[in-house]
Structure formats: structure tokens, C-alpha cells
Design a binder for this molecule. Structure first.
Ligand code: FAD
Length: 447
């Protein structure tokens, strides 16, 4: 017999968007149901942010030890065992997933396993059970875009989830697509000794970043053959046929990694009355959709397909539901490319600021001007660029490559949020020696 249980809030999707919303709502005293068809943690924990960082770290360690002679670290017979590295990844995922499960239990979130079938936007069927909410948050995520050329179904054509669970390393890999993850996987696989080519249909690599960051990254990844503006034509059992600069090329390979972005999981949602435009659920700054008491967060609304954005959107939706003042502000959303070296940016690039009609001042410094960077990096490149509004001296953008750029960027995001001027940044005490100091130094070089 079908049984209906109602909650204050029904959340569908247990990735970073859904679980953050669930935690915040339950902490505020709401009765929350969370439905997840796969493992808790979504793409981020199980096939994205976490396993890719574990593999990146392993690859970095391997490449640093290979070059350890510069640091006085000598090792013989060094080799990389991908199965051990993957086993470590799985242990990390397991630990974090258990932590997430107990966090949900501690907060009193009722977690239901299974694929929710929508009856309407606030009611789902799960086998014999119907779950409903006074309000609902949809956090259904996105699925990898597939390659649509002959040979795309050959067994050596893999997606990013499979690339994070390799049983052996390919000797030669072609990465196809224009997603931000292209550089991440190119960096990891090149460090592990694979021969890497990138077939990148768009002409510009990482167009949202500063040109200086991208060119420094290209120099660091000089072993990678980037074919920008190239079209994939066909996958063959041992090669890929592509069109580049008007000529056909055959790229020998034993694996093809498709890295062409993800499309929001909107199937069936328009039929429920949701406003779906260009494959995304349309939301306002409070994450509301066109139906009352229904929100869409994370990759599903396509506004910013990062885990940190999904979490923040989950918070914004819950705050709106609770009547607390909050909205999604996007001007200080960090962009991070977790390659080695790392790139991290927040705010406007010089070109974006000029296009917005600002009179800008900029400054850039190579990371080699920074003491801490030099102690930790041998022969590596890096760059820092700052963008400032000339008349007001307000900080508009900070763009870094090198060091733990991903760890530093939140501080500069906070400065942007608080509308810091150059003089305000100059009064902040940066610990010495740290790589972050380079931003303060760069601000002395403005012109
Ligand atoms: C390889 C890779 C690396 C990445 N690295 C980073 C990174 O370092 N930093 C970063 O910020 N972002 C990263 N991302 C992006 C990040 O993973 C996503 O932006 C984030 O997971 C989006 O969160 P979400 O909650 O919107 O969706 P998801 O994490 O995709 O979660 C959606 C969940 O909804 C569930 N679901 C869908 N439909 C139903 C249904 N009908 N019933 C029940 N459950 C359902 C799915 O099973 C899924 O678990 C990476 C992505 C990939 C692929």
C-alpha cells in the first residue's frame, strides 16, 4: 500500500548542493527528507573534486620526487602504481562519505536511498513511498557530455569518472573537449608519464582566466600537445582522427578521455511545469524557480558548475526559505584550476574590467619574485596579476598561478566582497614568508 510522508523540506539529490541545504535546514529546526539514488556526496565526493585531488596529489608527489635531486632528495627505481593510488582514493571517499552520513544523522536529516520519481515539484515517489515537502530543493546535478562521433563507443573511450579509476595507465592519451577539467587531467596524466594530446574544439584555452595565467600554464604543460580549435572526427582502435588548422591528423593513442563539460539533469522537469531554458533550470538570485516554494541549486541551474557554488546556493535557498536575508552574489566567486601548478582567480580580469568600462590599473609579478615560492619550487613558473579600478583604487581582481593558489584565493575573495581598496590591502598583515605576500607586493607595482 502506498504511504505518504510529509516534511517541511524535501531535497532531491545528495551532492554538495543537496547535503549542504539539508544540514543548514535541519540545523534551523526544519524536518528534512533527502533523497539520493547513488552514494551520498554526489559527483563531487564520488567522481569529482575529491578523487581528482587525491590523484593530483599522488601525481605531484611522484613528479616532485622524480625531480628531487634539486632538493637533495634522491630516489632509485621510482615508479608509480596507479592501483595503489586509486585504492587510497577509495579509502578517502569512504571516510568522507561515512562522515557525511553521520553528519546527516546528527542533524536529524532523514536520508532515503533510491531514484526519486517526480509526481510534481514537491512530491516524489520512491517505490511504495511518497515523500512530500511544504517546500522542495532540487539538487539533481549534471551528467558528462558524451562524444558524438564514429567510434565514440569503443571501450578505450572513457569519461572523467573512469579516468579516476584506471587499472593501468595509458601510454598515449588524447583528451577531447573544452572543459576546464582538460588542463587538470592533462597535468595529472603528463606528470604520471603519459604522452598527452588535447583536442580542444574551442580556440581559446580557459578563456575566463588572465592571458598571463594561461600562457604560464601552457609553458608548464609544454610536454602536452594542445590542438586548439581542433575538431574530433573519429575514434579508431589505436588512434584518433582530427581536423586541425585545415588538415587531418591522426593522433595515435590507447585511451581517449572525453572532457567536454556536463549537462544539467533536467530530463522530465519541463513536463512538471519548471521553466527550463537552454538545458538549465531557470532560477533567480534566491535560487527560486517559477513554481512556489521550489528551489533549484548546484549544477542543475548551470549558473556556476562548481561544488563551492552548489554549497553556497544550498545555503542561499535555505536562508530564503527561512526568511533570512541572503542572495547569491557572483562577483567574488573563485575559479580554480587544480592542475600543477594551481591557478586561482577571483573577480574581473583586465579584459573584463575594460569591457565593463572601468579605467583600470594592473600589475603583475612572476612568482620567482617571491621567496617562499622559490624555496618550494624548482624551475617552476608562476604569476600574480592584480586588477584595480583606477579612480577609486578598489580591488577588482586577483589572478594567481603557483603555490597553493586554491588555498589563498578565499582571502582575496573576502577582500573583493568587502570592497577593499589598495590602501586596505596594504594594511593587512601577511605572514612572511608566504606566497600570498606576492599580491601585496604586486599592488606596489600598479600602473
Ligand atoms: C572530475 C571532476 C572534478 C571536479 N572537481 C571539482 C573541484 O575540484 N572543485 C569544484 O568546486 N568542483 C569540481 N567539480 C564539479 C563538482 O563536482 C560539481 O559542480 C558538484 O558536484 C555539483 O554539485 P550538485 O550538488 O549540484 O550535483 P552533484 O554532485 O552531481 O549531485 C547531484 C546528485 O543528485 C542525484 N540525483 C539526480 N537525480 C536524482 C533522482 N531522481 N533521485 C535521487 N537522486 C538523484 C545524483 O545521484 C547525484 O548524487 C568536478 C567535477 C568533475 C566531474
Amino acid at each position: 500500500m502506498t504511504q505518504e510522508t510529509s516534511f517541511d523540506l524535501l531535497i532531491v539529490g545528495g551532492g554538495p548542493g543537496g547535503t549542504t541545504a539539508a544540514e543548514r535546514a535541519a540545523a534551523a529546526g526544519l524536518r528534512v527528507a533527502l533523497v539520493e539514488r547513488g552514494p551520498l556526496g554526489g559527483t563531487c565526493l564520488n567522481a569529482g573534486c575529491i578523487p581528482s585531488k587525491a590523484l593530483l596529489h599522488a601525481a605531484k608527489l611522484y613528479s616532485q620526487v622524480k625531480q628531487g635531486r634539486h632538493f637533495g632528495v634522491l630516489a632509485d627505481n621510482l615508479r608509480f602504481d596507479v592501483t595503489l593510488a586509486t585504492a587510497r582514493q577509495e579509502r578517502i571517499i569512504h571516510t568522507l562519505r561515512e562522515g557525511l552520513q553521520s553528519q546527516m544523522a546528527r542533524r536529524g536529516v532523514q536520508v532515503f536511498s533510491g531514484a526519486a520519481q517526480f509526481i510534481d515539484a514537491r512530491r516524489v515517489r520512491l517505490g511504495e513511498t511518497i515523500l512530500s515537502g511544504q517546500a522542495s530543493i532540487l539538487a539533481l546535478g549534471a551528467a558528462p557530455r558524451r562524444l558524438a562521433i564514429p567510434g565514440a563507443d569503443l571501450p578505450h573511450v572513457i569519461d572523467t569518472s573512469q579516468a579516476l579509476r584506471l587499472e593501468h595507465l595509458p601510454e598515449r592519451v588524447v583528451i577531447v573537449g573544452s572543459d576546464v577539467l582538460v588542463s587538470v587531467f592533462a597535468s595529472i596524466l603528463a606528470m604520471l608519464g603519459c604522452e598527452v594530446s588535447v583536442v580542444h574544439p574551442q580556440a581559446a584555452l580557459l578563456p575566463m582566466l588572465e592571458a598571463e595565467q594561461v600562457s604560464a600554464l601552457r609553458q608548464e604543460l609544454r610536454a602536452v600537445d594542445f590542438l586548439l580549435g581542433a575538431q574530433p572526427l573519429e575514434v579508431l582502435p589505436d588512434a584518433m582522427r582530427v581536423l586541425h588548422e585545415g588538415a587531418e591528423r591522426l593522433l595515435p593513442c590507447d585511451a581517449v578521455l572525453v572532457c567536454d563539460g556536463r549537462t544539467p539533469n533536467v530530463d522530465g522537469l519541463a513536463e512538471l511545469g519548471l521553466d527550463v531554458h537552454e538545458g538549465r533550470v531557470v532560477v533567480d538570485e534566491f535560487m527560486r524557480i517559477n513554481l512556489p516554494q521550489v528551489y533549484a541549486v548546484g549544477d542543475l541551474n548551470g549558473l556556476s558548475m562548481w561544488a563551492h557554488s552548489a554549497m553556497r546556493m544550498g545555503e542561499v535557498a535555505v536562508n530564503h526559505l527561512l526568511g533570512r536575508p541572503d542572495r547569491l552574489r557572483t562577483h567574488a566567486l573563485p575559479t580554480v584550476i587544480y592542475a600543477y601548478p594551481e591557478l586561482a582567480s577571483v573577480g574581473l580580469t583586465e579584459a573584463q574590467a575594460r569591457a565593463a568600462g572601468r579605467q583600470v590599473q594592473t600589475a603583475k609579478l612572476p612568482m620567482s619574485a617571491n621567496g617562499r615560492f622559490l624555496t618550494e619550487n624548482e624551475g617552476k613558473r608562476g604569476v600574480c596579476k592584480v586588477v584595480v579600478d583606477g579612480p577609486s583604487q578598489q580591488l577588482l581582481g586577483v589572478h594567481l598561478m603557483g603555490g597553493n593558489a586554491s588555498e589563498m584565493i578565499f582571502g582575496f575573495a573576502a577582500m573583493l566582497e568587502d570592497e577593499f581598496r589598495v590602501a586596505d590591502v596594504q594594511q593587512v598583515l601577511f605572514a612572511h614568508p608566504t606566497i600570498g605576500e606576492i599580491v601585496k607586493d604586486a599592488l606596489h607595482e600598479l600602473r
